[in-house]
Design a protein around this ligand. Sequence first.
Ligand SMILES: C[S@@+](CC[C@H](N)C(=O)[O-])C[C@H]1O[C@@H](n2cnc3c(N)ncnc32)[C@H](O)[C@@H]1O
Ligand code: SF4
Length: 494
Amino acid sequence: MDNTINHNESLQFYLPAEHDAYRQAVFDVIRIFLPRFQWSEEADFQNNSAELITLEQTEQTWTLSMGANRSVFAVEGLDENQRRRILKQKVYALMQQYTGQKAHPWGIMTGVRPTKIVHRCLDENQQPEEISRMLRRDYLMNDEKTNLLLDVTARQRPFLLNREQAGRIVSVYLSIPFCPTRCAYCSFPSFCLPKPHLQEAYLENLLAECKAVGEALQRSGKRIQTVYIGGGTPTSLSANQLERLLDGVQRYLGGDTVEEFTVEAGRPDTITEEKLQLLHDYKAGRISINPQTFSQKTLDIIGRRHTVQQIYDVYDMARQIGFDSINMDLITGLTGETADDFAYNLEQISRLRPENVTVHTLAIKRTARLQLDEMSDMQSHIVEQMHSHLNRWLFTEAYVPYYLYRQKHMIGDQENTGYCLPGKESLYNIQMMEERQTIFGLGVGSTSKYVNTADWTLTQSSNPKDLIFYNQRIDEIIAKKIAKIEELSKIEEL
Ligand SMILES: C[S@@+](CC[C@H](N)C(=O)[O-])C[C@H]1O[C@@H](n2cnc3c(N)ncnc32)[C@H](O)[C@@H]1O
Ligand code: SF4
């Protein structure tokens, strides 16, 4: 991307209500070019400060007009999805003209889980070359991202469950929504450590949910494949609380039959030798120790309140205790960071060699302290350079990509990718991302996803996001989950 974006922030568009069915599709494409874009009011369009977008539709052709530019395209014989996709391609082409920006790496692929599109094609026995052509032709993706998608999905394939397995094998996620302080960029639902009695009540209720769900799963013959404790920062619990939690997980959630147990330790300032030893004793095979960056200056700016030295110290401690599966999260695009800073981060990863490294691209959401308006337009350009560094780095290192997702409001139109040393893929990350396994979410704000094995569609339900509300409604929450497990096992029996 080049700097022409600066001159185009003033571009305004107005879409009349009669085209509401296509509002989101057009919006998503304009946002690729103008990340701060919002629709204009009718009055702006009447004052000539906004361009009018219209869509004339006949059975044979559609005519898209954006201001003075027009695009006419044939739609005869196409279904609604195909028509919508061509419309997005045309909006994309007109936006390139308007902004003077070069092509974007992901083209018009705006969904969160692009890998799912590829898996559906692979289910139909389409060949990788055919899928690659389709991604470039229909979604206008570039070669690099197309290859990345094919690489990730090929690596995931052996881990995906078939329909029969998906009927009886599930995973469980537990949420510890506490953090010592709030990082400036973060939009995850977590609370700076609440009062001790609230934490205690939460732990008791989470353990009750864990027990009830574990027992119901056992009654209905389901096997738990993976358990993931995330957050927030699970290690912000005291050692005593952590031990009670780990004991409950071991007791109620499958014990030794679980294939993978991950605890997202996360912030180095919450990790102690005692807690690491507990995690190891209770057989958490995977942990995360997340630097985000190895620059002290940036850590201070984003409010992570730990030192770079703490990252190294905690990592060494974990290795000494015997952990052989450690993940480290990095973020590209953090405020004030240059491409050289990121290259330095990668050097540190090369030196430490964690089994997994997850590279997130900064996404700015409304609920974060850091806001999009505060980001310089150069940040997109820098993120692009960071990803070029990453690609060169990967070329010389043994890490391979094994899961990937995109988010709205990402800086520089990139993605989040999980890399691993070969054979060190996290099963949970794959199952959670590809949505071919039922995952029970326990605790505040967690989402349960129930897979319909007939067509891989999903139904979801979420626990309350509010801690007090969760604590008050725990009996009802548990009863609802048990009823769901019983309903699922009846469906499987049919
Ligand atoms: C739920 S957080 C939990 C991790 C743990 N609390 C920590 O901070 O180390 C998971 C990861 O999401 C990433 N993340 C959070 N907010 C983000 C954002 N706005 N943009 C990009 N990545 C983000 C960070 O890399 C973080 O480690
Ligand atoms: S990034 Fe991690 S530690 Fe920071 S606020 Fe978010 S969940 Fe908490």
